[in-house]
Design a protein around this ligand. Structure first.
Ligand SMILES: *Cc1c(COP(=O)(O)O)cnc(C)c1O
Length: 372
């Protein structure tokens, strides 16, 4: 049996012809840029998240860069995030000229270890970027409290967590700004690149509108220096068609995760992300299992036709790109262990029960030498 990680056709189902027809008319009419299709999707996504405003950009990375710029963060400022994240979170901080400050991960949630957050805050700190990694919502109450106490802004990196819920609200709506990616691998995927920033703050939304469009306010009037990064109409059409399916997909991802959890429970060699508190909702962008036998297990799975993969085997602080930051081996030991021990099993909304059972059987066989 082959168990692939992505099945893009399944994301459109019966809607495919409708989407193609909408794209066809956009192509013929020359409606490519920031028009009705884009603003309709921006509003629909903001409504979905529970934020007032949405501003589409080219990528999730651009969303983070523009969010930081909108807050006026730049050289001399520090931004605190976690040591275990995707490169883009930290790259965005560097791209605006600010200084990234890392805090280690938590052994059980694989998220920011909030207990280490306060010691990382200095007089130069301007913002905190929690990352809702793998689709698990970060508990926000303590982060919001610390931000308030120190006069900092919270920018959520929700690139892996469209629809995740914590404390009764969706992630992205809790911080001053929430950033999402629509990269084809994410839970809500464009047919190419895409990203969005959501916020409840109208003045920030206006600033973002300028920063994503060469600083323009009206025609030929450039108020600030801005890049050029906007969601295009074709992506907005695709995303608008998929958005109503997102909750159903996330529920299916939770079902698959529950099957994995049940099937793998009792295996002494394996740990999984701690379950979320009651009422919170994980959206399982990835299903990560943790084992010291990671590399051997990966080979075993791949040989059995299972598209398992390792994400971020080299943690941020040991990446050559950040070699000038003064970080060293051993500085963030939990992030290092997670980088050595995590492995993603295939998870997609359309993964069949037989496929999940097959993956479970192959994993169990690795640890027990027998199918049960
Ligand atoms: C994907 C991702 C990004 C960047 O999004 P792109 O659209 O690929 O630029 C940022 N942060 C996290 C945590 C991500 O997973």
């Amino acid at each position: 049996m082959k168990v692939p990680r992505y099945e893009y056709g399944a994301q459109f189902g019966d809607d495919l012809d409708v989407v193609v027809e909408r794209i066809r008319s956009a192509l013929v009419l020359g409606r490519y840029g920031a028009g009705e299709e884009v603003s309709a999707f921006e509003q629909a996504f903001a409504d979905y998240v529970g934020a007032l405003h949405g501003r589409g950009v080219n990528t999730g990375t651009d969303a983070l860069v523009i969010a930081l710029r909108a807050l006026g963060i730049g050289p001399g400022d520090e931004v605190v995030t976690q040591a275990n994240t995707f490169n883009a979170t930290v790259a965005a901080i560097c791209l605006v000229g600010a200084t990234p400050v890392l805090v280690d991960a938590d052994e059980d949630t694989f998220l920011m270890d909030v207990a280490r957050l306060e010691p990382a805050i200095t007089s130069r700190t301007r913002a905190i970027i929690p990352v809702h990694l793998y689709g698990r919502p970060t508990p926000m109450a303590e982060i919001v409290r610390l931000a308030g106490a120190h006069g900092l802004d919270v920018v959520e990196d929700a690139a892996q967590a469209h629809g995740a819920v914590t404390g009764g609200v969706r992630v992205g709506s809790i911080g001053r700004l929430g950033c999402f990616s629509f990269h084809p691998s994410k839970n809500l995927a464009a047919a190419g690149a895409g990203g969005i920033i959501v916020t409840g703050d109208e003045e920030l939304a206006t600033r973002i509108s300028r920063l994503r469009a060469l600083g323009q306010h009206g025609q030929n009037n450039h108020l600030v220096v801005g890049g050029n990064t906007q969601l295009d109409a074709i992506q907005a059409i695709v995303l608008q068609a998929k958005l109503p399916r997102l909750d159903g997909w996330n529920a299916r991802r939770r079902d698959v995760a529950a099957l994995y959890r049940a099937g793998l429970s009792g295996l002494p060699g394996i740990r999984v992300q701690d379950p979320v508190p009651d009422g919170d909702e994980h959206v399982y962008h990835l299903f990560q299992i943790r084992t010291v036998e990671r590399d051997r297990l990966l080979r075993h799975l791949v040989e059995a036709g299972i598209d398992a993969v390792v994400r971020y085997p080299v943690p941020i602080h040991l990446q050559p790109a950040f070699g000038d930051r003064g970080w060293r081996v051993g500085q963030f030991p939990v992030a290092e262990r997670l980088a050595d021990e995590l492995l993603c099993l295939p998870i997609r909304p359309d993964l069949r029960e037989t496929e999940v059972e097959y993956v479970v059987e192959i994993v169990r066989r690795f640890f027990t030498g027998s199918p049960t």
